[in-house]
Design a protein around this ligand. Sequence first.
Ligand code: PMP
Ligand code: GLN
Length: 381
Amino acid sequence: MLSIQSKLPQTGTTIFTVMSALANECGAINLSQGFPNFPSSSRLTELVAQYMREGYNQYAPMPGVPELRAQIAAKIHHLYQIEVDPDQEITVTAGATQALFTAIAAFVSAGDEVIIVEPAYDSYGPSIEVMGAQVVPYQLGAPDYQIDWEAFAKLITPSTRMIIINTPHNPTGSILEAEDLQKLDQLTRDTEILVLSDEVYEHLIYDKEQHQSILRYPALRSRSLAVYSFGKTFHNTGWKIGYCVAPPELMKEFRKVHQFNVFSVNTPMQYALAKFMESPEEYLSLSTFFQEKRDFFLAEMKGSSLRPLACRGTYFHLFDYSAISELPEHEFAIWMTKNIGVAAIPVSAFYHQQKSDRVIRLCFAKTNDTLEQAAVLLQKL
Ligand code: PMP
Ligand code: GLN
């Protein structure tokens, strides 16, 4: 008999897989896992087909197709007014998940500590632990989920190797402001600490707020790896394409791992994305598009016993159900899927330790028909 010593003894199947499977099993409307239920642009899918037909079907260059990296650099310049060298500072990845994992594997070693902000996207913890490093959670609290930087600073020790931030923030919909980035800059200056900045929702920011990319802050940028996802931007989460931006000395180490982790990413899709990105309006229109969805869903939910929290970014909305049930979040999400017919994500799944603020996350990246039908069901609560 093999005796297997798990490297991740506390890790089960991700909540997104669990809740989507339950939604399918129950025939419930799936507002749990974050993905759009409307199609990606037909022009973009047609471009993929065209590049496939034209024979762009062999390995892409290891760091990504040059045309795509050039378009990414142009987008960064357009959005954040900075120059990024596409040859040395950008690598195309198999989604943001692989970029996050690769960045952690490249820089975090056994015995290191990595500070994450909880509730935290569920891939961070296991990616750190599998390296033999320790997760140090900073816990945000409902309902406003703001970082108290004085309390945060107390978590830093001589073993701190990396800090992971995420703005706009999944699952809370909160965002970091310029002041937060300035505080992070002060905390990390003259240290060996790297910052991993998860910015997959950079375009999904509402009410005329400005996304505070780490790339806007030169000192922070020099110690940071920033991670993005085309799945979020162009409504095709199943394509699993993203990218990482980092200064040359960090990118050099990132690529050492990337080349043996995945080597390179789907060639025809990279060419198609490069062509598609020649029109910046494709991503510039996103905040208006999703803000309308957020507002439509909120209007449909008006009067519901589920109390909405603030949503300043992402395509997730938190709702407090304390007026309805005393069940812990996981049980409530399962109960709601089975009995009301709408699947949600319990926010407790994004914390290391047991916690229940009686808050669930609903994804509003859905057609208005789906949002309307879900709201009718949720109004019964
Ligand atoms: N980070 C965050 C905060 C996310 O919500 C997600 C999932 N969408 C990812 C990373 C992973 O992105 P991808 O699907 O491109 O791997
Ligand atoms: N990012 C998505 C979410 O938060 C899901 C990603 C996944 O299923 N791995 O729902």
